[in-house]
Design a protein around this ligand. Structure first.
Ligand code: SF4
Length: 364
């Protein structure tokens, strides 16, 4: 069996290699992070790209067992931003040279919603002279809807698989058609077929999840040839069904450490993709996002949702910056990024290099 240092010199990691790397202790993991940092700097550089995150609504048709804004949680105060609030947030991003925004919300697929998003996309493009890049994260949709939204101006879409193991996925969701693993997968294929830059990801440290599951999650992303990834530690929410397994969970510190290793192994496996440093990392460690930016991630999503509704978008508990205005967040981010020598790619879309590389290969 190869030692972990030999594994770090390999071009291609097999399942056993990945499991070995995910099992490293803190001292050994320093070499993993060093290797990942080398690869990151070589393939995607030290720039980090902003995506202004707008959480447009916490109304969702789904009931995922891990999520604080699931349909059955009656303790949540539901909101939906008005078009003007969304467009104002986009303008803020445009004026502050963000380059891109992410429009995220609970899942809906009714006609009123689909048409509203199409109109909003056109308005966002208009207010920014077609300059703001847009990513959507609005759940599963039909092929027709994905096409419609693409024509209206969006070019990136984030749809987390949340867990790539079919049996484990079933334990995390109600057993019915609207929570079907196959439909989620199908949506990911629709996105690829429509020509989006496709993002996915999952939670790390879920109840029942093993290191082997996590290795398979990484292999899933590689086999799907994904362009962008958003993944982060699972953080339990007391008003969800999964909360009853709290005692079985890894400690928060263990989940954070495993997340760091997942980021590093993913960067080694998929050298030219975009990887987002997600907010859940910051919930456990105030410098969590910046730490992964140093060695693996190259995308950051500052929250620009109006502060007045932000506390109602808690997919998990203790989400940071829920009381702050957009400016507060921006200022703290800027100074933290300096600490990890990351350069902000202002006014740039910061698209996934992998997307262009895979299309070049497919065209040849
Ligand atoms: S995880 Fe997403 S789809 Fe599931 S309940 Fe929460 S917002 Fe809805």
């Amino acid at each position: 069996m190869d030692s972990y240092l030999q594994i770090l010199e390999k071009d291609f990691l097999n399942r056993n290699d990945i499991i070995t790397l995910l099992s490293l202790n803190k001292e050994q993991a320093k070499n993993l992070f060093k290797k990942s940092e080398e690869i990151k700097l070589k393939y995607v550089g030290n720039k980090v790209y902003y995506r202004g995150l707008i959480e447009m609504s916490n109304i969702c048709r789904k009931d995922c067992y891990y999520c604080g804004i699931r349909r059955s949680n009656k303790k949540v105060s539901r909101y939906e931003l008005e078009d003007k609030q969304i467009l104002d947030a986009c303008e803020y991003c445009y004026k502050n040279d963000f380059g891109s925004i992410v429009l995220q919300g609970g899942e809906r697929n009714d006609k009123i919603f689909v048409d509203r998003i199409s109109n909003l996309l056109k308005e966002i493009k208009k207010l920014s002279n077609n300059e703001l890049g847009v990513t959507l994260s609005l759940g599963e949709q039909t092929l027709e809807t994905f096409k419609k939204w693409k024509e209206a101006g969006v070019h990136r879409y984030l749809l987390r698989i949340e867990e790539s193991n079919r049996d484990l996925y079933k334990k995390l969701h109600p057993d019915n058609q609207i929570h079907s693993f196959d439909e989620r997968l199908e949506s990911l294929y629709y996105l690829k077929e429509t020509g989006y830059q496709v993002g996915s990801g999952f939670m790390i440290g879920l109840p029942f999840q093993t290191v082997e599951n996590l290795a398979d999650d990484l292999i899933f992303l590689q086999n799907f040839d994904i362009d962008m990834v958003g993944m982060g530690p699972y953080i339990e929410h007391k008003d969800t069904p999964l909360y009853k397994y709290k005692a079985q969970l890894w400690s928060l510190e263990e989940r954070l450490f495993m997340s760091f290793k997942m980021y590093a192994v993913l960067r080694i496996m998929m050298k030219d993709i975009n990887i987002a440093a997600t907010t859940a990392l910051q919930t456990i460690d105030p410098m969590g996002r910046e730490r992964v930016i140093r060695f693996a991630a190259n995308v950051l999503m500052p929250n620009v949702t109006p502060a007045v509704v932000r506390k109602n978008y808690q997919l998990y508990e203790n989400k940071p910056c829920t009381d702050e205005g957009a400016d507060d967040c921006l200022d703290c981010l800027k100074s933290r990024l300096k600490l990890v020598n990351a350069e902000i790619g202002l006014n740039e879309w910061g698209d996934s290099k992998h997307y262009y590389n895979r299309n070049k290969t497919e065209d040849n």
